[in-house]
Write a protein that binds this ligand. Structure first.
Ligand code: OAD
Length: 233
């Protein structure tokens, strides 16, 4: 097994499994959000165009769930690594902002954020808005929409470029709690392995892309991270 602190520039590639340890449900698997809510009604542009209030209610619920949660041990361990190895980067598919709340910096949010709104007409962004928002409209005929990459949306170019930069500069990749079924995010470990970079998958279960990894740790995020880091931080 490799030891994380033998590397100078770890890249953490994180997914919903990391935040599941803080009480936030994952998307797939047991208790997954997409079992209860059909994304076609709650998480795509067509649903928003059809019924923005319904999509807003769903996202208000999700924000409330995240607001009552605290960053978990896994998030805190990543911050510890970042303090010990300042070149550490984080590329997350999570939209909950828990990495930042734990004190992490250089977090690339590949799929956007629950905590940012975008005007569909002008592209104007708003952060630090009151929640639940009293007026969901930014103009007479236009709703604020969550600045999230919904199903069928194009990726955010700046975030993709930042992820590519992080990938270029890392010397080890640690994927935590992602099923590896959403592209292009899921490609990251494959690209890293092709470049000869050791890649560790932390996940209690085998995933669609497990075979790509050079190392696999079967277990929960915080426990496996502790093992990977060793105990001398
Ligand atoms: P998924 O819900 O698809 O997968 C969560 C993964 O976490 C599964 O492989 C679980 O086995 C694993 N897991 C569960 N508990 C864990 C634990 N304690 N420690 C470590 N891993 C654990 O979530 P993502 O792969 O993040 O898009 O989903 C990718 C994207 O699909 C999300 O970003 C989201 C969704 O549609 C947006 O929100 C825009």
């Amino acid at each position: 097994m490799i030891r994380l602190l033998d590397f100078e520039a770890p890249l953490f590639f994180t997914g919903a499994g990391l935040s599941s340890e803080c009480g936030i449900p994952t998307y797939r698997g047991e208790g997954g959000i997409w079992h209860e809510y059909d994304y076609q009604d709650y998480a795509c542009q067509r649903a928003f165009d059809r019924d923005p209030e319904r999509v807003w209610d769903f996202h208000d619920l999700r924000r409330a769930k995240v607001a009552e949660a605290e960053p978990g041990e896994g998030h805190r361990r990543i911050v510890e690594v970042q303090r010990a190895r300042p070149a550490t980067t984080i590329v997350t598919q999570n939209i909950d902002g828990l990495h930042q709340r734990a004190g992490a910096h250089d977090v690339v949010e590949l799929h956007g954020s629950l905590w940012r709104l975008r005007c569909a007409q002008t592209g104007a962004l708003v952060e630090n808005f009151e929640t639940p928002l009293v007026d969901r409209r930014c103009a007479e005929d236009c709703y604020w929409r969550p600045d999230i990459v919904w199903f069928e949306d194009p990726m955010n170019r700046a975030a993709l470029q930042a992820a590519e930069r992080a990938l270029r500069n890392c010397d080890v990749l640690i994927a935590i709690g992602t099923s590896g079924v959403v592209y292009p995010a899921a490609e990251l470990p494959r690209i890293a392995v092709q470049r000869g970079i050791p890649c560790v998958e932390i996940n209690p279960e085998e995933t669609a892309v497990s075979a790509w990894y050079t190392h696999r740790l079967r277990g929960g995020a915080s426990e496996m991270l502790a093992r990977l880091i060793g105990c001398d931080l």
